[in-house]
Design a protein around this ligand. Structure first.
Ligand code: 13P
Ligand code: SF4
Length: 328
């Protein structure tokens, strides 16, 4: 029985004797499909993907692909961006419930009311939001493009930045730019314990602390390097340090270790005993769900055309600014 609407994924048993790597590769060929994965996916999903990237890299890849089907192993807003940018492709997501705390904390009616309080401000929204919020925005940014997007706005122009208050506060501090912030946050990047990070640093004094800008200011203040997922990976490859305390989602450690097998990567500890620096939304995806989604071509991202066009405009602005700045 298919409980897709209720469950968010196809509840169809998969033969346990199947080699899912091989089956997914076969389906990719058969359907001319590309499998895009975010760095926060489980290692096995990253290993079978055609492209792994951060939010900006994935949007750029989704826009430029000539595959007939885009299979998105990430979260809902990322698959939605793929559909917005490349609407003639069939965009498949393994689990519709793979959401994001940032997107969930910014609902269109509330945001429209908030926006109306600042009628002369331009709106920059982090890509971690729904198509409806994108449609209410002037510019979209990702963690790797945010500084360039903010800097592209004339100094005297007021800015609303949504929905991540931590990234917003980081940009205000770094760029010396006043912005009105929406009060949203990432449940994963807010979980780190500064005390435990500093204790780890004491025990590993040679380690560099590296952090994603979605982390809280107190963690960022102690970071040796702050950057998007791709920027953090690049830093660990290029920097001479042999050990890194990594304050972001744990999925990225797979590629860090693969690129620098002799270096040590220590996940920054959360402020309790659970594995909370695993994103529960990203981790909903499994090889079985990807296999079923590709085989039965469901769940599919479907978007109203008027909404798609409104949401595309601010993303296009970001892609243009990113292209000029050479950010990938
Ligand atoms: P980036 O992919 O831009 O590094 O953002 C991280 C993230 O939390 C994605 O949801
Ligand atoms: Fe959203 Fe945070 Fe998960 Fe990224 S890591 S998808 S920002 S909840």
């Amino acid at each position: 029985m298919n409980h897709l609407d209720e469950l968010g994924y196809l509840d169809i048993p998969v033969d346990p004797t199947l080699d899912l790597f091989e089956e997914i590769k076969k389906l990719k060929k058969e359907k001319n499909a590309i499998l895009l994965a975010h760095y926060y996916q489980d290692a096995d999903i990253q290993d079978v993907a055609d492209y792994i990237g951060d939010s900006l890299g994935l949007a750029q890849k989704a826009e430029s692909t000539d595959a007939d089907m885009i299979v998105f192993a990430g979260v809902h807003f990322m698959a939605e961006v793929a559909k917005i940018l490349n609407p003639s492709k069939k965009v498949i997501i393994p689990d519709l419930k793979a959401g994001c705390s940032l997107a969930d904390a910014c609902l269109p009616n509330d945001f429209a009311a908030f926006k109306s309080k600042y009628p002369n401000h331009v709106v920059i929204s982090y890509i971690n939001c729904s198509a409806e919020i994108k449609a209410l925005s002037d510019y979209i940014c990702t963690s790797s493009s945010a500084e360039h997007i903010v800097n592209s706005i004339p100094a005297e122009q007021g800015i609303i930045f949504a929905p991540d208050r931590n990234l917003g506060a980081y940009l205000i501090k770094k760029l010396g730019r006043d912005m009105v912030l929406w009060d949203g946050s990432c449940i994963v990047h807010e979980i780190f314990s500064l005390d435990k990070i500093l204790k780890l640093k004491e025990e590993n004094p040679e380690s560099k602390i590296i952090a994603h800008p979605e982390c809280e200011a107190q963690v960022l203040e102690h970071a040796d390097y702050i950057g998007s997922t791709t920027a953090l990976l690049k830093y660990t490859i290029e920097n001479d340090a042999q050990s890194f305390i990594v304050a972001t989602e744990t999925g990225i450690l797979h590629k860090m270790q693969e690129n620098s097998p002799h270096k040590t990567f220590i996940p920054a500890p959360p402020n309790n005993a659970c594995a909370c620096n695993d994103c529960p939304f990203m981790k909903l995806n499994t090889l079985e769900k990807i296999y079923n989604a590709m085989k039965y071509e469901q769940p599919e991202i479907i978007l109203d055309e008027e909404l798609r066009l409104k949401a595309k405009l601010p993303i296009d602005r970001m892609l243009e600014i990113s292209l000029k700045a050479g950010i990938k």
